[in-house]
Design a protein. Structure first.
Length: 476
């Protein structure tokens, strides 16, 4: 059996899950489910990133113990995964003992390669990004992503990672794997970033200032910088370093990540892997951000779409549908309640749901308990559907399904089986065989995207029964 390892980024637990996390979880889940249906052995990793100054400060501010604070936040992400019906195989927490051990072993490997050294250090640091910022990245002395947060200047003795050494090796890697990063525009962006030259960066913090990190092996005054430890999750999740059989079964990985993660995933992490003498990732799929009517969602603006709320009101599969079909996989897209409700009514309540009721109503009326005997043969559309999904063009794969839905609607319109049935039942049955066959194709293609809906349709086709209630109730 062919094996396939896919992972999301692991969200940082300093805030609640937002709809952007839902997008990433669902995209990876659609790939995972699609490949499982195709006979692949799939390992889906997700989890939470729990170290660093932000968590330490947030817990302190709330008068909470840091670990219990992280426990609470991490549980919220696990809850969202459940609500979204994500079929994951592993939920890693960077506070897990195995992960801590792996991060320390990884550190030792990079140290052995000569890529870690100690240096006096003075940096500008954005608390929002948990990352240092060079002067050229700041706008009016502020981080453009977090203009309302102070930039801190820190001076201390730190360990550094010899990132500069990896300019040529990274460019060679990109040359050898021109589709390492998808879409191509992001591949070009990271290439340009590396071509401009790389600076070594700090990978530790002083434990007396910020103890909430994994101890640097043999250096009790230092803990690892949160990014360094977190990235190691992609290999610790599959058993590295103590279960190499497991690791070799799954590695390399396909990583799904947001555009704000491009540099960490496709340059920093790849350089770290080379330093530890491990093979590079298989592919890095970069998605855009979700906005609300074109405006970046933020608590201060009060325009955040809460995934828990929208799922509880519209249902899991409806939200999965929107994230897959109405969102452009690689670019920024809109997720406002208005556009969500519009798509829900048009494509789910009126489109898919209505079609299922109409076809199965006629089919159960005409055939009763007699077998419908429709053709199970794959329709031509499967070629395009597969091609789209395998290149992560989720919206276009879903469009293939909805064009079959439109064709079936048009077929009912043109053939008018309900009229034909009045004086030619044989012909009406013939039309219904085609329609039920088409509906069966729709349900099979829907399985990775809307798993519960797909199974419900398949069960009702098998029983030749119309659903007792519409699959999607119209919302006003
Ligand atoms: Zn920032």
């Amino acid at each position: 059996m062919k094996s396939f390892y896919i992972t999301t980024t692991i969200p940082y637990v300093n805030s609640d899950p937002h709809i952007g996390h839902a997008l990433e979880f669902v995209q990876a889940d659609v790939v995972a489910r699609y490949l499982r249906l195709g006979g692949f052995d799939v390992f889906y990793n997700t989890g939470t990133d729990e170290h660093g100054l932000n968590i330490y400060t947030a817990a302190k501010e709330r008068g909470k113990d840091t670990k219990s604070y992280a426990d609470e936040k991490s549980a919220r992400f696990a809850e969202l995964l459940k609500m979204l019906n994500i079929q994951y195989d592993n939920f890693i927490r960077t506070t897990d003992e195995h992960h801590k051990m792996a991060a320390q072993e990884f550190w030792n490997r990079c140290l052995a390669t000569g890529d870690i050294y100690k240096k006096e250090y003075k940096i500008k640091y954005c608390m929002g990004c948990e990352m240092e910022k060079t002067e050229s990245e700041l706008v009016n002395g502020r981080c453009p992503l977090h203009p309302n947060k102070e930039i801190h200047t820190i001076e201390e003795e730190n360990f550094f990672f010899r990132f500069s050494k990896y300019q040529k090796p990274l460019l060679d890697l990109y040359e050898q794997h021109p589709d390492l990063v998808l879409p191509e525009s992001r591949m070009n962006e990271i290439k340009k970033f590396v071509q401009r030259g790389l600076d070594d960066f700090s990978i530790s913090r002083l434990a007396k200032k910020m103890p909430w990190g994994i101890p640097v092996p043999g250096e009790q005054d230092h803990v690892m910088y949160v990014w360094f430890d977190a990235l190691v999750n992609y290999i610790s999740a599959v058993g590295w370093p103590n279960d190499m059989e497991k690791f070799n079964k799954w590695w390399p990985v396909v990583q799904v990540a947001g555009k704000d993660n491009l540099r960490q995933q496709s340059a920093i992490w790849q350089a770290m892997l080379m330093s530890a003498q491990l093979p590079p990732s298989r592919q890095i799929i970069i998605h855009g951000f979700l906005t609300n009517q074109g405006v970046k969602m933020s608590k201060t603006l009060g325009n955040v779409v809460d995934p828990f709320d929208i799922i509880s009101r519209y249902g899991t599969d409806a939200v999965r549908y929107y994230l897959i079909r109405q969102v452009t996989p690689f670019e920024d897209s809109d997720f406002s309640e208005e556009s969500f409700k519009f798509a829900y009514n048009a494509s789910l309540a009126n489109g898919l749901g209505n079609l299922v009721s109409r076809i199965l109503k006629m089919s159960s009326d005409y055939f009763g308990s007699e077998p419908v005997g429709f053709s199970q043969e794959e329709w031509e559309c499967w070629g395009e559907y597969r091609e789209r999904l395998e290149s992560f063009q989720f919206d276009r794969a879903a469009n293939v399904i909805w064009s079959v839905i439109a064709d079936l609607d048009a077929h009912i319109q043109n053939e008018q089986p309900f009229r034909v049935a009045k004086d030619n039942m044989d012909k009406a049955k013939e039309i219904l065989r085609y329609l039920v066959g088409g509906l069966n194709q729709v349900a099979l293609m829907l399985r990775p995207i809307m798993p519960v809906t797909a199974e419900t349709i398949l069960e009702h086709i098998a029983a030749n029964k119309m659903p007792e209630q519409p699959l999607f109730m119209r919302k006003d």
